[in-house]
Design a protein around this ligand. Structure first.
Ligand SMILES: *[C@@H]1O[C@H](CO)[C@@H](O)[C@H](O)[C@H]1NC(C)=O
Ligand SMILES: *[C@@H]1O[C@H](CO)[C@@H](O)[C@H](O)[C@H]1NC(C)=O
Length: 400
């Protein structure tokens, strides 16, 4: 039996309509199930948050406005975790990236903006309340991430940077006196005079005798704003006149540490080299990174190159400054130290009076702990603080 063509057509149409209706029904069921879940979720979430401490009146709420991919945000942890794990004196700080956690972003105690991201993004919180602290946070140099837009003037209340007048110090290191009291780095340092420092011991001097080579540079970023790579080329040339060698370790050179462990690298540095190049990748005020510690911890004299006033970081006479000395003078000083063991030993007198420490070694200098401590400091929190000329404060001239 042959079906009438029109009947066939209606048959197919009917099947198609049923299919469409069935799919629509499935989609509807699916949405309903989502709806059902999302009604339930806040309660479960709410319970979780209560357990985690949300809702307690003495909790300080910190909102990460930008993605937590940049340091320092990336190591803040979620909730109280970061402060608990660090065993901070105050652990009642709660970190989240969830803008709706408290219903309204103006309810957070602090909102943190990662520098490299906030100088580029366009969305900032719409509302703010006067009790909140908006915090500019970065460990990167101002040269690499300038803030060029005028909307940042008068915008931030606190900063969390390596700059020595930031409320939260990202100190790449801390300096202690012989009693263990933290004395720096800071803007106005009062160092002991080099001539008042005690000479190094005989034992220490003997320890310096293993050194055989002039200078080392450990580096992974080969092309930089400071053009340190160009200076190194010239330095190398000038050093040849004195038969001095400059060994470059890492990505930009041809040498590698014996193993990947930092300790072997450190030992090599300590046993073999007289000088270490602590050259920064860019020039910004107070931008002195942990590179310096490689030298100071391993009894190697640092040769520095950066935008900082190094007197805020080290006593005079314990380092050479490649930005201030001309190249010939610098190299001849390096040569003097190598040839004269007494002179070279003088560089280390400071060791009898000061010591350098990594910031995470103590609560007092751990920036994460410090941040939570500050949020608990009523006086600091209540005080109105505004970076009125933020760009002037932050930016390195000529970078916008
Ligand atoms: C550099 O730092 C030292 C030590 O704090 C300070 O005495 C000196 O005034 C500073 N120099 C400049 C030009 O800021
Ligand atoms: C934070 O900065 C804003 C904008 O300048 C200001 O209105 C507010 O009073 C400041 N708040 C605190 C607590 O410093």
């Amino acid at each position: 039996m042959l079906l009438h063509p029109r009947k066939t057509f209606y048959c197919i149409l009917l099947v198609l309509i049923s299919l469409v209706l069935y799919q629509a029904y499935k989609a509807y069921r699916f949405t309903m199930s989502i709806d059902y879940k999302s009604i339930d979720e806040p309660t479960a979430l709410g319970k979780g948050l209560q357990n985690a401490g949300v809702g307690k009146s003495d909790m300080k709420y910190i909102l990460q406005w930008t993605s937590p991919n940049n340091v320092p945000l990336v190591y803040m942890g979620k909730g109280q975790q970061g402060f608990l794990e660090r065993k901070c004196p105050y652990t009642n700080c709660f970190v989240t990236a969830d803008r709706s956690l408290l219903g309204d972003t103006s309810k957070f105690d602090a909102i943190v903006f990662a520098g490299p991201e906030v100088v580029r993004i366009h969305t900032l919180p719409e509302k703010r309340s006067s009790h909140q602290k908006f915090v500019f946070a970065t460990i990167e140099s101002a040269s690499n991430y300038p803030a060029c837009s005028n909307r940042f003037d008068g915008y931030f209340n606190w900063t969390w940077t390596y700059n020595l007048d930031s409320e939260v110090q990202w100190g790449y290191f801390a300096i202690r006196d012989s009693e263990g009291v933290k004395v720096g780095p800071k803007k106005q340092m009062h160092w002991m005079k080099a001539e008042d420092m005690d000479p190094v011991s005989e034992e220490f001097r003997n320890g310096l005798k293993t050194k055989t080579k002039a200078a080392a540079w450990f580096v992974s970023n080969c092309y930089t704003l400071s053009h340190r790579e160009d200076l190194v080329k010239k330095l190398k040339e000038e050093m040849k006149n004195y038969d001095m060698e400059l060994d470059v370790y890492g990505k930009c050179g041809n040498r590698k540490c014996p193993t990947k462990e930092g300790e072997d690298c450190d030992k090599l540095l300590k046993d073999t080299y007289y000088y270490y190049l602590a050259f920064e990748n860019s020039f910004s005020e107070d931008y002195v990174t942990e590179k310096l510690l490689h030298a100071l911890e391993n009894n190697v004299v640092p040769v520095v190159f950066g935008g900082a006033n190094y007197s805020r970081f080290m006593p005079d006479g314990i380092y050479l400054n490649a930005k201030e000395l001309d190249l010939k003078k610098l190299v001849s000083k390096m040569d003097e130290g190598i040839k004269d063991a007494n002179k070279y030993a003088e560089y280390f007198r400071w060791k009898n009076h000061y010591s350098y420490h990594r910031q995470f070694e103590s609560f007092e200098t751990d920036p994460y702990c410090l941040f939570c401590t500050h949020l608990n400091n009523e006086e600091m929190v209540r005080k109105t603080t505004i970076y009125k000329d933020f760009r002037k404060w932050w930016d390195t001239p000529g970078r916008c």
